[in-house]
Design a protein around this ligand. Structure first.
Ligand SMILES: [Zn+2]
Length: 253
């Protein structure tokens, strides 16, 4: 089972995916359980970033009515490999800083996946990497790495505490997508505030690693630079909050 606070966030994220669907050229569906694992792994791997390979489930095409409901008028079919299929599983492939995380020694990945992945070691459909205490906005190195990707690239940005050696770094321009609301320091009533009170951020939830999570961001993009809409889906392939989207559509009709 996915943690309930994360379920709420994913539902809110899906609402934005729905209301913003015209801004995207294609969509990708990721199971909530997979997304939850990604968040835990990101925090367990600190202070490193992690690179995660994502496989699609060839037996699990997107639920047709969901795909149709979330498609914008400018949707492009056959834009990337695995399009139209739900993400199945995730594997951590590398860890390191924002540059080294993208560079895979070929023999190392062969060894790591030789039993489970055979000669296709390292050749995942989609890739995701993490931005610990930084927004989910691609750097130049990220855009370069994406040119090798057959599917799409995703970035998971997390704001958490304790920060360790990674204070929140927000000096980045670009389009961001929050899973839930922006973490804003709560105003306090007293005028004299201590340093710690000034730093007080709302806590969305606590990870198994003990980190308090203040903000989660997730974006997906194709190597041509176009944004891909992400839906967080349950085990039946329906987005969390689906009934609400269904009602909205019925009311509008
Ligand atoms: Zn990056």
């Amino acid at each position: 089972m996915v943690e309930s606070w994360l379920l709420e966030l994913m539902t809110a994220y899906n609402e934005e995916s729905y209301s913003g669907r015209e801004a995207y050229t294609a969509q990708v569906h990721i199971p909530g359980k997979v997304f939850e694992n990604l968040v835990w792994w990101a925090l367990q791997s600190l202070p490193d970033e992690i690179l995660v390979g994502l496989d699609i489930d060839a037996d699990a095409p997107h639920v047709a009515e969901v795909d149709a409901r979330f498609s914008g008028t400018e949707s492009t079919p056959n834009l990337f490999q695995g399009q139209g299929y739900t993400i199945k599983e995730a594997h951590i492939v590398n860890r390191g800083d924002s540059y080294s995380v993208h560079h895979l020694p070929e023999d190392w990945t062969d060894d790591m996946f030789s039993t489970s992945r055979g000669s296709r070691a390292g050749r995942f459909t989609h890739w995701l990497h993490t931005h610990p205490n930084a927004p989910a906005i691609p750097s130049g190195a990220d855009a370069d790495a994406a040119q090798e990707t057959l599917g799409i690239d995703m970035i998971l940005g997390l704001r958490f505490s304790p920060e360790g050696p990674l204070p929140w770094f927000d000096d980045v321009e670009g389009q961001r997508r929050r899973v839930g609301k922006e973490a804003v320091v709560e105003p306090t009533k007293t005028r004299r505030r201590s340093f710690f009170e000034r730093q007080k951020l709302p806590v969305l939830g606590v990870a198994p690693s003990g980190h308090k999570i203040h903000e989660i961001q997730l974006i997906a993009f194709h190597k041509n630079g176009l944004g891909i809409n992400v839906l967080m889906v349950d085990e039946q392939g329906y987005p969390y909050g689906w009934e609400a989207f269904d009602n909205q559509a019925t009311n509008a009709a």
